[in-house]
Design a protein around this ligand. Structure first.
Ligand code: NAD
Ligand code: UGA
Length: 432
Protein backbone atom coordinates (compact mmCIF):
# COMPACT_ATOMS: atom_id res chain seq x y z
CA UNK A 1 0.00 0.00 0.00
CA UNK A 2 1.09 3.57 -0.64
CA UNK A 3 0.54 5.73 2.43
CA UNK A 4 0.96 9.46 2.96
CA UNK A 5 1.16 10.73 6.54
CA UNK A 6 0.34 14.40 7.03
CA UNK A 7 1.98 15.71 10.21
CA UNK A 8 5.25 14.23 11.37
CA UNK A 9 4.99 14.69 15.13
CA UNK A 10 4.77 12.15 17.95
CA UNK A 11 1.93 10.26 16.25
CA UNK A 12 2.60 10.83 12.56
CA UNK A 13 6.28 9.96 12.68
CA UNK A 14 5.82 6.83 14.79
CA UNK A 15 2.81 5.65 12.75
CA UNK A 16 4.57 6.36 9.44
CA UNK A 17 7.74 4.56 10.54
CA UNK A 18 5.78 1.56 11.84
CA UNK A 19 3.64 1.30 8.69
CA UNK A 20 6.81 1.31 6.60
CA UNK A 21 8.23 -1.39 8.87
CA UNK A 22 5.18 -3.50 7.99
CA UNK A 23 6.30 -3.21 4.37
CA UNK A 24 4.11 -0.33 3.17
CA UNK A 25 5.52 2.51 1.11
CA UNK A 26 5.23 5.62 3.31
CA UNK A 27 5.87 9.30 2.71
CA UNK A 28 5.67 11.63 5.72
CA UNK A 29 4.72 15.25 5.05
CA UNK A 30 5.25 18.15 7.44
CA UNK A 31 4.98 21.91 7.02
CA UNK A 32 7.89 22.38 9.37
CA UNK A 33 10.89 22.42 7.04
CA UNK A 34 13.38 22.12 9.92
CA UNK A 35 11.76 18.84 11.04
CA UNK A 36 11.89 17.42 7.54
CA UNK A 37 15.49 18.40 6.89
CA UNK A 38 16.52 16.94 10.27
CA UNK A 39 14.70 13.70 9.42
CA UNK A 40 16.46 13.55 6.08
CA UNK A 41 19.71 13.53 8.09
CA UNK A 42 18.25 10.86 10.40
CA UNK A 43 18.01 13.34 13.29
CA UNK A 44 14.77 12.73 15.20
CA UNK A 45 12.74 15.86 16.00
CA UNK A 46 11.41 14.15 19.15
CA UNK A 47 12.80 11.80 21.74
CA UNK A 48 11.11 8.41 21.50
CA UNK A 49 13.03 5.25 22.43
CA UNK A 50 13.93 3.12 19.39
CA UNK A 51 12.60 5.58 16.83
CA UNK A 52 15.91 6.56 15.24
CA UNK A 53 16.83 2.96 14.43
CA UNK A 54 13.34 2.20 13.10
CA UNK A 55 13.40 5.27 10.86
CA UNK A 56 16.94 4.61 9.61
CA UNK A 57 16.14 0.98 8.78
CA UNK A 58 13.10 1.86 6.70
CA UNK A 59 14.70 4.86 4.98
CA UNK A 60 17.59 2.57 3.98
CA UNK A 61 15.14 0.00 2.66
CA UNK A 62 13.55 2.71 0.49
CA UNK A 63 10.13 2.38 2.13
CA UNK A 64 10.11 5.64 4.14
CA UNK A 65 10.74 9.18 2.98
CA UNK A 66 10.05 12.75 4.08
CA UNK A 67 8.93 15.91 2.35
CA UNK A 68 7.39 19.31 2.94
CA UNK A 69 5.38 19.06 -0.26
CA UNK A 70 1.70 18.14 -0.07
CA UNK A 71 1.99 16.89 -3.64
CA UNK A 72 3.32 13.71 -2.07
CA UNK A 73 -0.31 12.62 -1.55
CA UNK A 74 -1.00 12.29 -5.24
CA UNK A 75 -0.19 8.56 -5.53
CA UNK A 76 -1.33 7.48 -2.07
CA UNK A 77 -4.00 4.83 -1.52
CA UNK A 78 -4.55 6.20 1.97
CA UNK A 79 -3.73 9.63 3.35
CA UNK A 80 -3.53 9.88 7.14
CA UNK A 81 -4.08 13.18 8.90
CA UNK A 82 -1.95 13.24 12.08
CA UNK A 83 -1.70 16.97 12.74
CA UNK A 84 -2.17 18.54 16.17
CA UNK A 85 -5.57 19.23 17.73
CA UNK A 86 -4.61 21.41 20.71
CA UNK A 87 -7.07 23.17 23.00
CA UNK A 88 -8.51 26.22 21.30
CA UNK A 89 -7.48 29.37 23.12
CA UNK A 90 -10.26 30.77 25.24
CA UNK A 91 -12.85 28.01 25.25
CA UNK A 92 -11.10 24.63 25.51
CA UNK A 93 -12.72 23.12 22.42
CA UNK A 94 -10.36 21.15 20.19
CA UNK A 95 -8.76 23.51 17.67
CA UNK A 96 -9.50 21.83 14.35
CA UNK A 97 -7.92 24.46 12.14
CA UNK A 98 -4.87 22.25 11.37
CA UNK A 99 -7.08 19.28 10.48
CA UNK A 100 -9.30 21.31 8.17
CA UNK A 101 -6.35 23.06 6.55
CA UNK A 102 -4.69 19.68 5.90
CA UNK A 103 -7.98 18.31 4.50
CA UNK A 104 -8.30 21.21 2.07
CA UNK A 105 -4.71 20.76 0.88
CA UNK A 106 -5.24 17.02 0.43
CA UNK A 107 -8.45 17.59 -1.58
CA UNK A 108 -6.50 19.69 -4.05
CA UNK A 109 -3.74 17.14 -4.59
CA UNK A 110 -4.99 13.61 -3.96
CA UNK A 111 -5.84 11.02 -6.63
CA UNK A 112 -9.34 10.69 -8.04
CA UNK A 113 -9.92 7.70 -5.71
CA UNK A 114 -8.52 8.10 -2.20
CA UNK A 115 -9.15 7.22 1.41
CA UNK A 116 -8.56 10.02 3.91
CA UNK A 117 -7.94 8.72 7.42
CA UNK A 118 -8.18 10.94 10.48
CA UNK A 119 -5.64 9.71 13.01
CA UNK A 120 -5.61 12.95 14.99
CA UNK A 121 -7.90 12.96 18.02
CA UNK A 122 -10.95 14.87 16.81
CA UNK A 123 -14.38 15.60 18.28
CA UNK A 124 -17.36 13.62 17.10
CA UNK A 125 -18.59 14.93 13.75
CA UNK A 126 -15.18 16.07 12.49
CA UNK A 127 -15.13 13.29 9.88
CA UNK A 128 -18.43 14.64 8.51
CA UNK A 129 -16.87 18.08 8.17
CA UNK A 130 -13.74 16.67 6.49
CA UNK A 131 -16.03 14.85 4.04
CA UNK A 132 -17.86 18.11 3.41
CA UNK A 133 -14.56 19.87 2.65
CA UNK A 134 -13.67 17.09 0.19
CA UNK A 135 -17.04 17.36 -1.60
CA UNK A 136 -16.87 21.14 -1.81
CA UNK A 137 -13.28 21.34 -2.88
CA UNK A 138 -12.96 18.27 -5.11
CA UNK A 139 -16.49 17.31 -6.22
CA UNK A 140 -15.09 15.32 -9.16
CA UNK A 141 -13.10 12.96 -6.88
CA UNK A 142 -14.30 9.83 -5.12
CA UNK A 143 -12.94 10.31 -1.62
CA UNK A 144 -13.87 8.32 1.50
CA UNK A 145 -13.21 9.63 4.99
CA UNK A 146 -12.37 7.18 7.76
CA UNK A 147 -11.67 7.65 11.46
CA UNK A 148 -8.76 5.65 12.88
CA UNK A 149 -7.91 7.11 16.30
CA UNK A 150 -4.48 6.36 17.75
CA UNK A 151 -3.99 4.94 21.25
CA UNK A 152 -0.19 4.89 21.53
CA UNK A 153 1.56 6.35 24.57
CA UNK A 154 4.66 8.49 24.34
CA UNK A 155 7.74 6.68 25.59
CA UNK A 156 6.29 3.31 24.56
CA UNK A 157 4.96 4.45 21.21
CA UNK A 158 6.53 1.89 18.89
CA UNK A 159 5.52 -1.07 21.00
CA UNK A 160 2.02 0.33 21.49
CA UNK A 161 1.65 0.85 17.74
CA UNK A 162 2.93 -2.58 16.82
CA UNK A 163 1.15 -4.48 19.57
CA UNK A 164 -2.06 -2.57 20.14
CA UNK A 165 -4.89 -3.83 22.36
CA UNK A 166 -7.20 -2.95 19.47
CA UNK A 167 -7.38 -0.95 16.27
CA UNK A 168 -10.51 1.13 15.92
CA UNK A 169 -11.74 1.92 12.42
CA UNK A 170 -14.77 4.11 11.89
CA UNK A 171 -15.94 3.86 8.33
CA UNK A 172 -19.16 4.36 6.42
CA UNK A 173 -17.83 2.82 3.22
CA UNK A 174 -16.97 -0.84 2.57
CA UNK A 175 -14.25 -0.14 -0.02
CA UNK A 176 -12.50 2.18 2.43
CA UNK A 177 -12.83 -0.44 5.18
CA UNK A 178 -11.14 -2.91 2.85
CA UNK A 179 -8.21 -0.52 2.33
CA UNK A 180 -7.88 -0.17 6.13
CA UNK A 181 -7.98 -3.97 6.55
CA UNK A 182 -5.14 -4.25 4.07
CA UNK A 183 -3.07 -1.56 5.81
CA UNK A 184 -3.44 -3.23 9.20
CA UNK A 185 -3.24 -6.80 7.87
CA UNK A 186 0.20 -7.45 9.43
CA UNK A 187 -1.22 -6.62 12.87
CA UNK A 188 -4.41 -8.53 12.24
CA UNK A 189 -2.29 -11.63 11.56
CA UNK A 190 -0.71 -11.05 14.99
CA UNK A 191 -4.25 -11.20 16.34
CA UNK A 192 -4.61 -7.53 17.25
CA UNK A 193 -8.37 -7.11 17.04
CA UNK A 194 -9.75 -4.72 14.46
CA UNK A 195 -12.92 -3.05 15.66
CA UNK A 196 -15.05 -1.63 12.86
CA UNK A 197 -17.60 0.96 13.90
CA UNK A 198 -19.43 3.94 12.49
CA UNK A 199 -17.22 6.99 12.01
CA UNK A 200 -18.82 9.05 14.78
CA UNK A 201 -18.55 6.15 17.19
CA UNK A 202 -14.83 5.73 16.46
CA UNK A 203 -14.26 9.42 17.12
CA UNK A 204 -16.02 9.16 20.45
CA UNK A 205 -14.22 5.94 21.50
CA UNK A 206 -10.93 7.84 21.53
CA UNK A 207 -12.25 10.51 23.92
CA UNK A 208 -14.06 7.95 26.04
CA UNK A 209 -10.84 5.95 26.49
CA UNK A 210 -8.70 8.96 27.39
CA UNK A 211 -11.33 10.42 29.73
CA UNK A 212 -11.77 7.08 31.48
CA UNK A 213 -8.01 6.69 32.03
CA UNK A 214 -7.80 10.28 33.28
CA UNK A 215 -10.68 9.51 35.65
CA UNK A 216 -8.91 6.42 36.97
CA UNK A 217 -5.78 8.46 37.73
CA UNK A 218 -7.78 11.26 39.33
CA UNK A 219 -9.70 8.79 41.45
CA UNK A 220 -6.53 7.28 42.87
CA UNK A 221 -5.04 10.75 43.40
CA UNK A 222 -8.01 11.77 45.54
CA UNK A 223 -7.79 8.42 47.30
CA UNK A 224 -4.12 9.26 48.03
CA UNK A 225 -5.15 12.51 49.69
CA UNK A 226 -7.59 10.60 51.88
CA UNK A 227 -4.91 7.99 52.67
CA UNK A 228 -2.67 10.76 53.97
CA UNK A 229 -5.42 12.03 56.25
CA UNK A 230 -6.41 8.62 57.65
CA UNK A 231 -2.99 6.96 57.80
CA UNK A 232 -3.47 4.45 54.98
CA UNK A 233 -1.14 3.52 52.12
CA UNK A 234 -2.38 4.34 48.61
CA UNK A 235 -0.04 1.87 46.91
CA UNK A 236 -1.61 -0.95 48.90
CA UNK A 237 -5.07 0.44 48.14
CA UNK A 238 -4.15 0.38 44.41
CA UNK A 239 -2.92 -3.18 44.67
CA UNK A 240 -5.98 -4.25 46.60
CA UNK A 241 -8.34 -2.60 44.13
CA UNK A 242 -6.41 -3.33 40.96
CA UNK A 243 -6.16 -7.05 41.51
CA UNK A 244 -9.90 -7.20 40.93
CA UNK A 245 -10.02 -8.00 37.20
CA UNK A 246 -13.03 -5.79 36.74
CA UNK A 247 -10.96 -2.80 37.88
CA UNK A 248 -7.46 -3.69 36.59
CA UNK A 249 -4.14 -2.63 38.10
CA UNK A 250 -3.00 -0.18 35.42
CA UNK A 251 -3.29 3.60 35.74
CA UNK A 252 -3.73 3.45 39.50
CA UNK A 253 -0.42 5.12 40.41
CA UNK A 254 -1.00 8.21 42.50
CA UNK A 255 1.14 11.20 41.61
CA UNK A 256 1.19 14.92 40.87
CA UNK A 257 -1.75 14.78 38.43
CA UNK A 258 -1.88 13.73 34.81
CA UNK A 259 -0.23 15.94 32.22
CA UNK A 260 0.90 15.63 28.63
CA UNK A 261 -0.32 16.59 25.24
CA UNK A 262 -3.51 14.55 25.38
CA UNK A 263 -5.37 13.85 28.65
CA UNK A 264 -5.65 17.53 29.63
CA UNK A 265 -6.84 18.74 26.23
CA UNK A 266 -8.98 15.70 25.45
CA UNK A 267 -10.88 15.70 28.77
CA UNK A 268 -11.56 19.39 28.26
CA UNK A 269 -12.70 18.90 24.67
CA UNK A 270 -15.01 16.01 25.63
CA UNK A 271 -16.49 18.12 28.39
CA UNK A 272 -17.16 20.92 25.87
CA UNK A 273 -18.69 18.56 23.30
CA UNK A 274 -20.99 17.09 25.95
CA UNK A 275 -22.07 20.57 27.04
CA UNK A 276 -22.73 21.57 23.42
CA UNK A 277 -25.03 18.58 22.99
CA UNK A 278 -26.77 19.39 26.27
CA UNK A 279 -25.58 16.12 27.74
CA UNK A 280 -23.06 17.32 30.34
CA UNK A 281 -20.53 14.79 31.65
CA UNK A 282 -20.23 15.78 35.27
CA UNK A 283 -17.65 13.12 36.11
CA UNK A 284 -15.32 14.40 33.38
CA UNK A 285 -15.93 17.99 34.49
CA UNK A 286 -14.85 17.08 38.02
CA UNK A 287 -11.81 15.21 36.75
CA UNK A 288 -10.66 18.27 34.80
CA UNK A 289 -11.13 20.53 37.79
CA UNK A 290 -9.56 18.21 40.37
CA UNK A 291 -6.54 17.52 38.17
CA UNK A 292 -5.97 21.19 37.39
CA UNK A 293 -5.87 22.16 41.04
CA UNK A 294 -3.75 19.16 41.98
CA UNK A 295 -0.69 20.25 40.00
CA UNK A 296 -0.27 23.52 41.89
CA UNK A 297 -1.20 21.78 45.13
CA UNK A 298 1.92 19.65 44.64
CA UNK A 299 3.97 22.86 44.76
CA UNK A 300 2.29 23.65 48.08
CA UNK A 301 3.06 20.12 49.29
CA UNK A 302 6.77 20.78 48.74
CA UNK A 303 6.50 24.14 50.53
CA UNK A 304 4.79 22.47 53.50
CA UNK A 305 7.53 19.84 53.62
CA UNK A 306 10.13 22.60 54.09
CA UNK A 307 8.16 24.19 56.91
CA UNK A 308 5.73 26.45 55.09
CA UNK A 309 8.04 29.24 53.96
CA UNK A 310 9.91 28.86 50.67
CA UNK A 311 11.36 32.36 50.52
CA UNK A 312 15.05 32.20 49.65
CA UNK A 313 15.02 28.40 49.72
CA UNK A 314 16.76 26.39 47.04
CA UNK A 315 14.64 23.55 45.71
CA UNK A 316 15.93 20.91 43.30
CA UNK A 317 13.48 19.17 40.98
CA UNK A 318 14.28 15.80 39.42
CA UNK A 319 12.28 15.34 36.22
CA UNK A 320 10.34 17.99 34.30
CA UNK A 321 8.59 16.10 31.47
CA UNK A 322 5.02 14.93 32.07
CA UNK A 323 6.20 11.31 32.22
CA UNK A 324 9.48 9.44 31.66
CA UNK A 325 10.94 8.47 28.26
CA UNK A 326 9.71 11.51 26.42
CA UNK A 327 10.93 15.06 25.85
CA UNK A 328 7.33 16.31 25.76
CA UNK A 329 6.70 19.18 28.17
CA UNK A 330 3.12 19.92 27.10
CA UNK A 331 0.96 20.42 30.20
CA UNK A 332 3.59 18.81 32.42
CA UNK A 333 2.75 19.06 36.15
CA UNK A 334 6.26 20.51 36.63
CA UNK A 335 5.09 23.76 34.99
CA UNK A 336 2.48 24.42 37.69
CA UNK A 337 4.81 23.17 40.44
CA UNK A 338 7.59 25.54 39.35
CA UNK A 339 5.03 28.37 39.16
CA UNK A 340 3.82 27.72 42.72
CA UNK A 341 7.35 27.47 44.11
CA UNK A 342 8.60 30.58 42.33
CA UNK A 343 5.54 32.54 43.47
CA UNK A 344 6.46 31.51 47.02
CA UNK A 345 9.95 32.95 46.57
CA UNK A 346 11.97 29.76 46.06
CA UNK A 347 14.93 29.39 43.74
CA UNK A 348 14.61 26.30 41.55
CA UNK A 349 17.22 24.16 39.90
CA UNK A 350 16.33 21.07 37.94
CA UNK A 351 17.54 18.13 35.95
CA UNK A 352 15.64 16.13 33.34
CA UNK A 353 17.29 13.61 30.99
CA UNK A 354 15.43 14.74 27.85
CA UNK A 355 13.14 17.67 28.63
CA UNK A 356 15.50 20.48 29.62
CA UNK A 357 15.92 22.03 26.20
CA UNK A 358 12.19 22.67 25.80
CA UNK A 359 11.71 23.35 29.52
CA UNK A 360 14.39 26.06 29.53
CA UNK A 361 12.21 28.26 27.30
CA UNK A 362 9.08 27.60 29.37
CA UNK A 363 10.67 28.25 32.77
CA UNK A 364 13.49 30.74 32.19
CA UNK A 365 14.20 31.31 35.92
CA UNK A 366 14.94 27.65 36.55
CA UNK A 367 18.63 26.73 36.61
CA UNK A 368 19.09 23.61 34.49
CA UNK A 369 21.79 21.22 35.75
CA UNK A 370 23.85 18.45 34.18
CA UNK A 371 22.61 15.63 36.39
CA UNK A 372 20.70 14.82 39.58
CA UNK A 373 23.80 15.23 41.77
CA UNK A 374 24.56 18.69 40.46
CA UNK A 375 20.92 19.71 40.89
CA UNK A 376 20.87 18.55 44.52
CA UNK A 377 24.02 20.42 45.54
CA UNK A 378 23.24 22.99 48.23
CA UNK A 379 19.48 22.38 47.95
CA UNK A 380 17.21 22.76 50.95
CA UNK A 381 14.80 20.26 49.44
CA UNK A 382 14.79 17.74 46.63
CA UNK A 383 11.58 16.75 44.83
CA UNK A 384 11.12 13.85 42.42
CA UNK A 385 8.60 15.08 39.86
CA UNK A 386 9.02 12.53 37.03
CA UNK A 387 9.92 8.88 37.62
CA UNK A 388 12.75 8.48 35.10
CA UNK A 389 14.55 5.17 35.68
CA UNK A 390 17.85 6.89 36.49
CA UNK A 391 16.20 8.47 39.55
CA UNK A 392 15.28 5.07 40.96
CA UNK A 393 18.80 4.06 41.93
CA UNK A 394 20.50 7.29 42.91
CA UNK A 395 23.39 7.34 45.38
CA UNK A 396 21.19 8.99 47.99
CA UNK A 397 23.88 9.23 50.67
CA UNK A 398 25.96 11.27 48.22
CA UNK A 399 22.94 13.41 47.41
CA UNK A 400 22.09 14.05 51.07
CA UNK A 401 25.64 14.94 52.01
CA UNK A 402 25.78 17.57 49.26
CA UNK A 403 22.44 19.17 50.19
CA UNK A 404 21.90 22.07 52.54
CA UNK A 405 18.76 20.46 54.01
CA UNK A 406 17.40 16.94 54.26
CA UNK A 407 13.93 17.23 52.73
CA UNK A 408 12.97 14.70 50.06
CA UNK A 409 9.53 14.96 48.45
CA UNK A 410 8.80 11.95 46.27
CA UNK A 411 5.79 12.84 44.10
CA UNK A 412 5.98 9.47 42.27
CA UNK A 413 6.40 7.14 45.27
CA UNK A 414 9.53 5.54 43.84
CA UNK A 415 11.31 5.15 47.18
CA UNK A 416 10.54 3.31 50.37
CA UNK A 417 9.77 5.61 53.30
CA UNK A 418 11.70 3.73 55.98
CA UNK A 419 14.80 3.39 53.73
CA UNK A 420 14.76 7.15 53.22
CA UNK A 421 14.39 7.88 56.91
CA UNK A 422 17.26 5.48 57.67
CA UNK A 423 19.50 7.42 55.28
CA UNK A 424 18.59 10.63 57.09
CA UNK A 425 16.03 12.25 54.86
CA UNK A 426 12.87 13.89 56.08
CA UNK A 427 10.74 12.06 53.51
CA UNK A 428 7.29 12.87 52.14
CA UNK A 429 5.51 10.98 49.38
CA UNK A 430 2.00 10.81 47.92
CA UNK A 431 -0.72 8.96 49.80
CA UNK A 432 1.56 6.96 52.06
P1 NAD B 1 2.61 17.15 17.14
O1 NAD B 1 2.37 18.55 17.49
O2 NAD B 1 3.79 16.43 17.71
O3 NAD B 1 2.73 16.98 15.56
C1 NAD B 1 1.86 17.57 14.64
C2 NAD B 1 2.66 17.90 13.37
O4 NAD B 1 1.75 18.28 12.34
C3 NAD B 1 3.63 19.05 13.52
O5 NAD B 1 4.93 18.61 13.18
C4 NAD B 1 3.13 20.12 12.53
O6 NAD B 1 4.16 20.86 11.93
C5 NAD B 1 2.40 19.26 11.53
N1 NAD B 1 1.39 19.94 10.72
C6 NAD B 1 0.39 20.76 11.11
N2 NAD B 1 -0.37 21.14 10.03
C7 NAD B 1 0.17 20.53 8.96
C8 NAD B 1 -0.16 20.51 7.57
N3 NAD B 1 -1.21 21.17 7.08
N4 NAD B 1 0.62 19.79 6.73
C9 NAD B 1 1.67 19.10 7.19
N5 NAD B 1 2.03 19.07 8.49
C10 NAD B 1 1.29 19.78 9.36
O7 NAD B 1 1.26 16.36 17.50
P2 NAD B 1 1.10 14.87 18.06
O8 NAD B 1 1.45 14.82 19.49
O9 NAD B 1 1.74 13.94 17.10
O10 NAD B 1 -0.49 14.72 17.97
C11 NAD B 1 -1.16 14.64 16.74
C12 NAD B 1 -2.58 14.17 16.98
O11 NAD B 1 -2.56 12.83 17.49
C13 NAD B 1 -3.35 14.98 18.02
O12 NAD B 1 -4.70 15.05 17.64
C14 NAD B 1 -3.22 14.16 19.28
O13 NAD B 1 -4.30 14.36 20.18
C15 NAD B 1 -3.26 12.76 18.74
N6 NAD B 1 -2.57 11.77 19.57
C16 NAD B 1 -1.37 12.06 20.13
C17 NAD B 1 -0.70 11.10 20.88
C18 NAD B 1 0.62 11.40 21.53
O14 NAD B 1 1.10 10.56 22.28
N7 NAD B 1 1.24 12.54 21.28
C19 NAD B 1 -1.26 9.81 21.03
C20 NAD B 1 -2.49 9.55 20.42
C21 NAD B 1 -3.14 10.53 19.69
C1 UGA C 1 -2.13 8.80 26.84
C2 UGA C 1 -2.85 7.44 26.71
O1 UGA C 1 -2.28 6.52 27.64
C3 UGA C 1 -2.71 6.88 25.29
O2 UGA C 1 -3.47 5.67 25.18
C4 UGA C 1 -3.25 7.91 24.30
O3 UGA C 1 -3.06 7.48 22.98
C5 UGA C 1 -2.51 9.22 24.49
O4 UGA C 1 -2.66 9.68 25.86
C6 UGA C 1 -3.06 10.28 23.61
O5 UGA C 1 -4.22 10.30 23.28
O6 UGA C 1 -2.21 11.10 23.24
P1 UGA C 1 0.39 9.59 27.14
O7 UGA C 1 -0.21 10.95 27.32
O8 UGA C 1 1.54 9.43 26.22
O9 UGA C 1 -0.75 8.57 26.62
O10 UGA C 1 0.88 9.06 28.55
P2 UGA C 1 0.27 8.19 29.74
O11 UGA C 1 1.20 7.10 30.02
O12 UGA C 1 -1.14 7.85 29.54
O13 UGA C 1 0.37 9.23 30.95
C7 UGA C 1 -0.41 10.41 30.97
C8 UGA C 1 -0.24 11.12 32.29
O14 UGA C 1 -0.86 10.38 33.34
C9 UGA C 1 1.22 11.32 32.72
O15 UGA C 1 1.36 12.59 33.29
C10 UGA C 1 1.43 10.23 33.76
O16 UGA C 1 2.42 10.53 34.70
C11 UGA C 1 0.05 10.18 34.40
N1 UGA C 1 -0.23 8.89 35.07
C12 UGA C 1 -0.39 7.77 34.31
C13 UGA C 1 -0.37 8.84 36.44
O17 UGA C 1 -0.26 9.87 37.14
N2 UGA C 1 -0.68 7.64 37.03
C14 UGA C 1 -0.83 6.49 36.31
O18 UGA C 1 -1.10 5.44 36.92
C15 UGA C 1 -0.67 6.56 34.92
Amino acid sequence: MKIAMIGTGYVGLVSGACFSDFGHDVICVDKDASKISALEDNIMPIYEPGLDALVARNVDAGRLSFTTSIEAVKNADAIFIAVGTPSRRGDGHADLSYVYAAAAEIADHCASHAVIVTKSTVPVGTGDEVEHIMREQAPEKNISVVSNPEFLREGAAIDDFKRPDRIVIGSEDEDASQVMREIYRPLFLNESPLLFTGRRTAELIKYAANAFLATKITFINEMADLCEKVGANVQDVSRGMGSDNRIGSKFLNAGPGYGGSCFPKDTLALMKTAQDYDSPMRIVESVVQVNDSRKRAMGRKIIEAIGGDARGKKIALLGLTFKPNTDDMRDAPSIAIVGALEDAGAHICAYDPEGMQVAADMMPQVEMKQDAYEAAQGADALAIVTEWDIFRALDLERILSSMNGNILVDLRNIYNASDMTDIGFSYTSVGR
